[in-house]
Structures are given as structure tokens and as C-alpha cells.
Design a protein around this ligand. Structure first.
Ligand SMILES: [Zn+2]
Length: 398
């Protein structure tokens, strides 16, 4: 579809029945439909692991808290993204590493099966050119990424194992410090990367994988930028200028990332303080473990999560306008060659007015209103992230 429209565009205009030249189709919705789009952080594999959840069916956020499925991707013009193998941080012991590796391999298998079960509509992607190729064939594309390298244990050869399974992006750490790096939301232990974390950077470069600095501390991010032979991505992060938080980045570091050729994919989280207490934390923990619950237990957990929205102060009252302010700030600081989208769908992302991927054309609409060109949009929606993948591939080839 996209390829056909592109050909028409290159021809300049289309000819109407009378032979008169008609203007190119240029409403924001039409522009959005012909852009190649991706999101670099889809936590949807959490849903793949959930009993009775079908990626090929239309779901509703209100009913099951999910935000991405194939029908809604089609509706929102989302062509693909990086599907995430996330592992919760545990103890730094050999037995805990083994359990984490088993979990991560199982999650990778769940991705493979969910994509395979919908093979007429979506395929696994590994090379930077796959996005364009599959989209041209009318299919969505699914790259794979690792969020938290904890399952690798202390054996970096495990990274090659995931590369062989098709994984092309990885971040060293999640919300707690681990064997590789300090987390942005923990008390610094190494002052950035650990010695093993430095070796992890070298192995990522050697394999040709994109290094993801989201969740790492600012110092760890700076060290990854300095050490890596190819530019670093932040697959789902935000600016401190919106709200100072360990998951957000100061303007100076955003400039440094851009100067090094890196890319920051803007998320929909940490736009404001997130009110929480022991009760809400326990509930959010249960929500993160829906895959281990029966359909009845899932329904009860989700009922309690929905009830939170009615509490004062509400947990998460961020709006689409706040998200757009964050995105526009990043664009102003870094430029359209260095910014993209990683909303943290199915991982806690979403704001009032942008609750699932069906709503994505609204972002394009606002960016056009803000003066960004279609060439800018192409970079923001996929070009920048794919450029980093291409650079990682070239480093592997060398
Ligand atoms: Zn995350």
C-alpha cells in the first residue's frame, strides 16, 4: 500500500477522470498512512504470554489494558516495531541468572509463536532493510529487543545466542542496578558501567546490535556513548525538562547523544509525578504478572487497576498535550534526525487521548501543525531508528 502511494507521489500528482491534474493526497491522515512507522519499545510480548490473549484480534484498553494488536496497528498506521524480551531484575547469583535466562528464552519463543501464528499479516524482521521490504509487501514487521541484559548472567556469549534468535537491540539494565550497569532509578554502585558492562558494549558492537541506553543511569549512558563504535539509542525515554526523574534525561545529555549520532525515542511516561503507595505498588506488580494468572484472576486484577483511576490524586493523569510538549521539546533540542517514538505501549505507557496505537495518527497531525515536513516525519517515525540499525550492521561487517 505504502509503496503504491509512494510511486504516485513520485509521479507528482494523479490524473482525474477528466485528465485534470488533482493535488497530491496531503491531509495529515493520508501522510501518516504512507509513512513507514515503527515504535522501538513494544512490551506486547507480555500479552503474548497471557492465557487466552490473541494478537490477531481487536482488543480494548478499557477491557484488558492492552494497547497493541494487529487490527489496532492497522487502524493507527503502525507498520511495526521492536518487540521486547523484558526480564524483571533479580539477584546477582548463578542460579538466579539461570532462571532469568530460561525466562528470556521462553519470552523469545512466545514472540516467535505469536508472530508465526499471524504470518499472513506480520513477520519477524532482523535486517535494517526488512521494515521497508515487508511493509512494501503489505505486511507488518517485528524486530526483537532485550530490555535488561540480566539474563545473560556473566557470560557474554549468551548475547550471540539471542542475536542468532533474531534480537538486534539490547539495553544493559532495567529499574535496579545489575551486573552490567547502574540503573537510572537506583543508587549508583559503579558510577556508570561495571567492568563487565564495558565488555558488554564491545560485544554488542562486535555482533552488530543497537545499544539501548533507556533505564541506564546518566553516567552509564554517557559511558556507552563514549565507548560504543556505533550510535546509541534510547528506545523509550523522556526529557528531564518535562519532569525530573531517573528515567528522563537532561538537555545537555540529549545534545551529547545527538552530537554522537544517537537517537532518543520519546515515551509517554514520567511526564509528571506518579503517585503511588504500598497498595498501588502491589497492584501494579500483580498487573505485571498477568501472564501467571487465570482469566478470572486477570479480570479481577484489571478491575482493581481501573478502580485506581477514580482515586485522588489519580495515578497517571498525564495528557496527550503533555506528551506532545515532551516530543516537541526533544525535537527542539536534538533535531528531527535524532528523535523518534517509543511510547512504552503495553509497558505502562499511554496518556489520556493517546491510550493505544489506534490513536497514533494524532501525533503526525500535531507534528505537521508544528511545521515538520514529511521528510522530517519519515525520519522521526522510522528513519532514525533504522539508520542506527544500519550502522550497527555495518560495524558487524567490519
Ligand atoms: Zn522500560
Amino acid at each position: 500500500m505504502r509503496a503504491i502511494i509512494l510511486a504516485l507521489l513520485l509521479a507528482g500528482c494523479t490524473r482525474g477522470e477528466s485528465g485534470e491534474r488533482e493535488p497530491s493526497p496531503n491531509t495529515p491522515r493520508q501522510i501518516h498512512a504512507r509513512l513507514l512507522t515503527l515504535d522501538t519499545h513494544l512490551d506486547t510480548p507480555l500479552m503474548f504470554a497471557r492465557q487466552g490473549w490473541d494478537f490477531g484480534a481487536w482488543h480494548s484498553f478499557e477491557v484488558d489494558s492492552s494497547q497493541v494488536d494487529l487490527p489496532r496497528m492497522a487502524e493507527g498506521g503502525l507498520d511495526g516495531g521492536f518487540f521486547v524480551i523484558w526480564t524483571r531484575q533479580g539477584e546477582l547469583t548463578p542460579s538466579a541468572y539461570r532462571a532469568a535466562l530460561t525466562h528470556a528464552l521462553k519470552r523469545q519463543d512466545a514472540i516467535r509463536r505469536a508472530i508465526g501464528a499471524n504470518g499472513k499479516q506480520i513477520e519477524l524482521a532482523t535486517a535494517s532493510g526488512d521494515a521497508e521490504r515487508l511493509s512494501g509487501a503489505g505486511k507488518a514487521f517485528a524486530y526483537q529487543a532485550i530490555e535488561n541484559s540480566y539474563p545473560l548472567g556473566t557470560n557474554l556469549e549468551n548475547l550471540a545466542r539471542f542475536y542468532k534468535l533474531g534480537v538486534r537491540m539490547a539495553g544493559p539494565v532495567h529499574s535496579k542496578n545489575n551486573q552490567f550497569a547502574d540503573s537510572g532509578t537506583d543508587v549508583a554502585r559503579y558510577g556508570g558501567l561495571s567492568p563487565l558492562g564495558r565488555n558488554w558494549v564491545a560485544e554488542m558492537n562486535r555482533l552488530g546490535m543497537v545499544i539501548d541506553g533507556s533505564h541506564a543511569s546518566d553516567a552509564a549512558l554517557e559511558q556507552m556513548i563514549a565507548l560504543s563504535k556505533t550510535p546509541v539509542i534510547l528506545s523509550h525515554s523522556g526529557p528531564d525538562a518535562m519532569f525530573e526523574h531517573g528515567r528522563n534525561i537532561p538537555d545537555d545529555l540529549m545534545r551529547k547523544l545527538a552530537a554522537s549520532g544517537g537517537v532518543m525515542q520519546i515515551n509517554t511516561l514520567y511526564l509528571e509525578p506518579l503517585y503511588s503507595n504500598a497498595k498501588t505498588d502491589a497492584l501494579m506488580n500483580r498487573k505485571g504478572g498477568l501472564e501467571f494468572q487465570t482469566p478470572e484472576e486477570q479480570a479481577e486484577t484489571l478491575r482493581q487497576v481501573r478502580a485506581l483511576a477514580g482515586e485522588e490524586p489519580p495515578r497517571g493523569a498525564a495528557t496527550f498535550d503533555m506528551f506532545m510538549a515532551s516530543l516537541l521539546h526533544a525535537l527542539k533540542i536534538m533535531g528531527p534526525q535524532h528523535v523518534g517514538l517509543g511510547a512504552d505501549w503495553d509497558g505502562g505507557g499511554g496518556v489520556a487521548g493517546l491510550m493505544d496505537v489506534a490513536a497514533l495518527p494524532k501525533i503526525t497531525e500535531r507534528l505537521i501543525a508544528a511545521g515538520y515536513t514529511e521528510a522530517d516525519l519519515e525520519k522521526i517515525w522510522s528513519g532514525n531508528a533504522l539508520r542506527l540499525l544500519r550502522q550497527a550492521e555495518a560495524a558487524r561487517a567490519r
